[in-house]
Ligand binder design. Structure first.
Ligand code: ATP
Ligand code: MG
Length: 430
């Protein structure tokens, strides 16, 4: 008999025999009737075993079932006033495929609430909750919409390397690893590689893990991140912001259209951010914070609290552009009229930086000069600088942190909640 998924069991099947497989989400005895709620990847179905209506052997099996046992059930679909879906299954055969140990370290029904540590320690059990399914359903939608948007616009998907020979942005944020006779690093960004893609393929995007070796202690930071990156040849930074704005709107619209149920589960009221997104300058942002009495000077980066405050002032989604060069990486293109300022931008969404981008330097001499000024050695970047010696158009790009965006869309306060297997200083298992 062919297996049916729970979402396929509708009123049209009343009177028909079906086979379902899944986990025991709940077992209850009410007024002498045994109810089992079976969960599979698509949802739930109630299985009702009433004395006199089913064989005694079935009643015996049901009476020994525990939450999260894996079962196979054959039975007849019946209309039911009590069952949530309006249908239930009258069991003719139940087979226990795998028993769950008792007690469960985490209750997937969330009747007994779990704290964050328990949710992180028992990740696979937490994946069985409505909450986790909603979060990762939405994350799936974000990934799908991102890919779809850029495929629809003629971009090419790239696969940048994770193991790299030199720092992409410089600085001490790199995880080092032994690599045969040499030292290698885990990529902190696909930056150099996506630029090499763009000077040949023109329009590229990628979804790739990156690693940051900082001792973070913030609910917004992980040591392993999934980034959604884009690089566009012949685009200046204003055009890169246009693409970012359109991509974010497309993603939010897709979540609204296809993940209504998940948003309800999370109790989130999502709206498409108002367009066009304001593009304020870094200097304007500093002044606005100073006016609010914040301790911040021109040249400082914004703290996470200050990003939130800026969100209250400038709205749900806006860009901060024209940054002082010391705040941004060596590859950021200086402005023609003031080389102390670079053509860089951050996107703040619901009070948190979710993306950064720049117009890149495509002129080898200028790039070498900037690498030296940042205290790095141009020799380490030869392969990269060479990419701009054989016909390199101006180009710009950006990167969205997948977990940051998921967190903001799902209205979660801690990035670990929305990361399947978060990597932080304290945690590398599970
Ligand atoms: P922040 O200033 O918030 O620490 P960043 O400016 O160092 O971030 P970028 O190098 O601009 O980060 O990376 C691009 C995007 O990748 C960020 O806007 C963010 O969405 C995401 N991201 C970067 N670092 C982290 C991290 N440690 N944890 C989670 N997401 C991150
Ligand atoms: Mg940034």
């Amino acid at each position: 008999m062919e297996r049916k998924f729970t979402n396929e069991i509708t009123k049209e099947l009343v009177g028909k025999k079906v086979l379902v497989k899944g986990w025991v989400f709940d077992v209850r005895v009410l007024g002498g009737i045994n109810f089992v709620v079976l969960r599979d990847k698509n949802g739930y179905i109630q299985i009702t075993a009433k004395k006199g209506e089913v064989k005694d052997v079935i009643l015996q099996i049901v009476s020994k079932l525990h939450q999260e046992d894996v079962i196979e059930v054959e039975g007849i679909v019946k209309e039911s006033k009590q069952a949530k879906k309006g249908v239930e299954i009258l069991p003719e055969k139940i087979e226990v495929i795998s028993k769950a140990e008792v007690p469960l370290p985490l209750d997937p029904r969330m009747v007994t609430p779990a704290n964050l540590d328990t949710k992180l320690n028992w990740r696979f059990l937490w994946f069985r909750t409505e909450e986790a399914r909603a979060i990762f359903g939405i994350q799936n939608e974000i990934l799908k919409a991102f890919r779809e948007f850029f495929y629809n616009n003629g971009f090419i998907e790239m696969q940048p390397p994770i193991i790299i020979g030199s720092a992409s942005e410089g600085g001490a944020e790199l995880f080092e690893l032994p690599y045969f006779e040499k030292k290698a690093y885990l990529a902190q960004s696909p930056q150099l590689y996506k630029q090499m893609g763009a000077v040949s393929f023109e329009r590229v995007f990628m979804i790739t893990p990156i690693f940051r070796a900082e001792k973070f202690d913030q609910p917004t930071h992980l040591n392993e991140v999934r980034q959604m990156d884009v690089e566009i040849a012949f685009a200046d930074y204003e055009e890169a912001m246009d693409w970012l704005e359109k991509a974010l709107v497309y993603i939010v619209e897709s979540v609204l259209k296809n993940r209504k149920k998940e948003l309800e589960v999370l109790n989130v009221e999502l709206k498409v951010p108002k367009q066009p997104f304001p593009r304020i300058t870094y200097e304007e942002a500093i002044k606005a914070l100073q006016k609010e009495g914040e301790k911040i000077e021109y040249g400082d980066d914004f703290s996470k609290l200050q990003e939130r405050k800026l969100g209250e002032i400038f709205g749900e989604a806006f860009f901060i552009k024209d940054w002082p060069e010391e705040q941004k990486a060596f590859y950021a293109m200086p402005k023609e009229d003031n080389p102390k300022i670079v053509k860089a931008f951050d996107l703040i969404y619901k009070g948190l930086e979710i993306s950064s981008g720049t117009q890149r330097i495509h002129i080898p001499e200028l790039l070498e000069k900037r690498i030296r000024e940042k205290g790095l050695d141009p020799k380490d970047f030869k392969f990269y600088i060479d990419a701009f010696r054989y016909g390199a158009p101006p180009h710009s790009g950006w990167s969205i942190g997948l977990e940051r965006l998921t967190m903001q869309i799902c209205g979660k306060k801690n990035i670990k909640e929305v990361t399947m297997f978060p990597r932080t200083r304290e945690r590398i298992t599970p």
